[in-house]
Write a protein that binds this ligand. Structure first.
Ligand code: BG6
Length: 495
């Protein structure tokens, strides 16, 4: 079913996110016939452009970076409009209201609107107030949804304050806090894999699972985002949101139904069960790192402090690794080792479930482990490894695997994360968006890390292109374990 006709207003239209992610996502949805029968996309920012300038600019960006079809592109561009506006001046929003009124006639939008905040976070509280000042939060004539990009807050206190400010103008059902990891096919697949199969769920607990690893490694550095990143760091940029959401999908209970409330009720319950971090946990179970310059396979990689926009004495972490626990009946005592970093040897995101060994090693102490590897990206898929008899004499066992790759499904019609989430928002489905209580639960858990990282002695260096500080290996080796080496061929890594 297509979404109802609506107008999409993108604040921050001259920014990177609009060009790199949002407009390509809308174009692909359009080309696949998934957008409403009629719609208007209105870009808003300070820069003065005409509608035509905006269309021309986006058209050439799309032609350059995406596979496009000329006729489809021409038709798509007819839905694009632009309005220059000082986004922090409520008076100027009168013109926005006028344009939305006009779209009711020209694009039959019936007053339905999505407001996308793709601006610097300092405007996340102001824009909703300005919209409300002109009744643009009012659902009497059509639904009004507000999409808020991450980061939602800078710490627990600011997230609570921002939430209050937005809730003064929009109701929770209108607020869509985006976490693009939830838009990834394989992250959603965690739910289906767990709750659509009778054979895994009975084992999915502390009686059978030894420990869990979650890795989100990136080969790239901070690229041209040093200015933003230096004020954020890996804990705020990746850990507080994407990784904790993935962890919640691994750890949550079965939802009562597949709808936004039921699923998010379970997500928040598991987040509220994260074992709070004591001082001892912070010292023993958390490792923060920053990459230093290095030569990798013939290429010189600058250190973080040499990156554009980064303070040359910066203490910002580009790596976080930690051991954490979920305190509930299902998971008590099972360590979750979680790590993410920039300038690691390759780009990979995966969850590894390590099952306990057999109670008695009849075939010798070196029997293979039972592992389930859920590969989120790249080469999305699921791999199960177990032991079988080595052919020949005796009873020696060897590790073998069964795997499933998404690229084996024919007629793949996978949506990118942004496509899926934009479509869901237009369909009023908030399942894959972070709810207010979940955001707060994550910040609450993370706040002690934010305080801890303020102390400079808590940062370790690691050479760019390596797996992070050696102290992060010790998180596991102290427990007699080691991180899984998640790739076959590092030579393919594109630095
Ligand atoms: C973003 C972070 O939210 O996620 C980036 O701000 C990071 O720093 C990116 O690179 C990773 O996303 P993906 O989809 O490439 O894993």
């Amino acid at each position: 079913v297509k979404p109802e006709n609506n107008a999409i207003v993108i604040f921050g239209a001259s920014g990177d996110l609009t060009h790199r992610k949002l407009i390509p996502a809308f174009y692909h949805l359009y080309a696949n016939g998934l957008l409403p029968e009629d719609f208007a996309i209105l870009g808003v920012s300070r820069t003065a452009y005409s509608d035509q300038d905006f269309r021309d600019k986006l058209r050439s960006a799309l032609e350059e970076n995406e596979k496009t079809d000329a006729t489809t592109l021409t038709k798509f561009c007819q839905h694009l409009y632009y309005q220059a506006l000082n986004t922090s001046d409520a008076e100027e929003y009168a013109v926005l209201k006028q344009r939305l009124d006009i779209f009711k006639d020209t694009h039959h939008t019936r007053g339905n609107a999505v407001f996308y905040l793709a601006t610097p976070p300092s405007l996340y509280g102001v824009i909703p107030e300005c919209l409300a000042a002109h009744g643009l939060n009012d659902e009497a004539d059509g639904w009004k949804n507000l999409i808020v990009e991450k980061p939602f807050g800078y710490d627990l206190a600011s997230a609570i304050a921002l939430d209050k400010q937005i809730h003064a103008c929009f109701q929770e059902h209108q607020i869509y806090r985006i976490d693009h990891y939830l838009g990834k096919e394989t992250v959603q697949n965690l739910l289906v894999f767990r709750f659509a199969n009778g054979m895994f769920e009975p084992l999915w607990n502390r009686n059978f699972i030894d420990y869990v690893e979650i890795t989100a490694s990136e080969a790239l550095g901070v690229e041209d985002r040093g200015g933003y990143y230096d004020g954020a760091g890996a804990v705020r940029d990746m850990f507080q949101n994407h990784l904790l959401q993935v962890l919640a999908m691994v750890g949550m209970e079965s939802p009562a139904a597949i709808n936004a409330d039921s699923i998010r009720d379970e997500v928040v319950k598991v987040m509220q069960s994260f074992k709070p971090l004591s001082d001892d946990d912070l010292h023993k179970n958390l490792v923060l790192g920053q990459y230093t310059e290095s030569d990798v396979r013939g290429k010189h990689l600058p250190g973080y402090r040499q990156e554009h926009g980064v303070n040359d004495e910066s203490r910002t972490e580009t790596y976080v690794g930690m051991k954490m626990f979920i305190e509930n009946w299902r998971w008590n005592g099972v360590p979750f080792y979680v790590r993410t970093g920039k300038r690691l040897p390759t780009r990979v995101t995966e969850v590894v479930i390590h099952f306990k060994k057999t109670p008695h090693p009849v075939f010798g102490a070196n029997a293979p482990e039972n592992k389930l590897i859920i590969r989120i990206q790249p080469d999305e898929g699921i791999l199960m490894s177990f032991g079988l008899k080595k052919p020949g004499a005796g009873f020696e066992s060897q590790e073998v695997s069964m795997d499933f790759h998404y690229d084996k499904i024919e007629s793949l019609n996978m949506l990118t994360a942004y496509e899926r989430l934009l479509l869901d928002c237009m369909k009023q489905d908030a399942t894959l968006f972070a709810r207010t209580d979940a955001v707060k639960a994550c910040w609450k858990f993370v706040q002690p890390i934010l305080d801890y990282k303020e102390q400079p002695e808590h940062l370790f260096g690691y050479a760019a292109g390596t797996w992070g500080p050696k102290e992060a290996d010790e998180l596991l080796s102290n427990d007699g374990r080691q991180w899984r080496f998640p790739c076959k061929n590092l030579a393919n890594t594109d630095y």
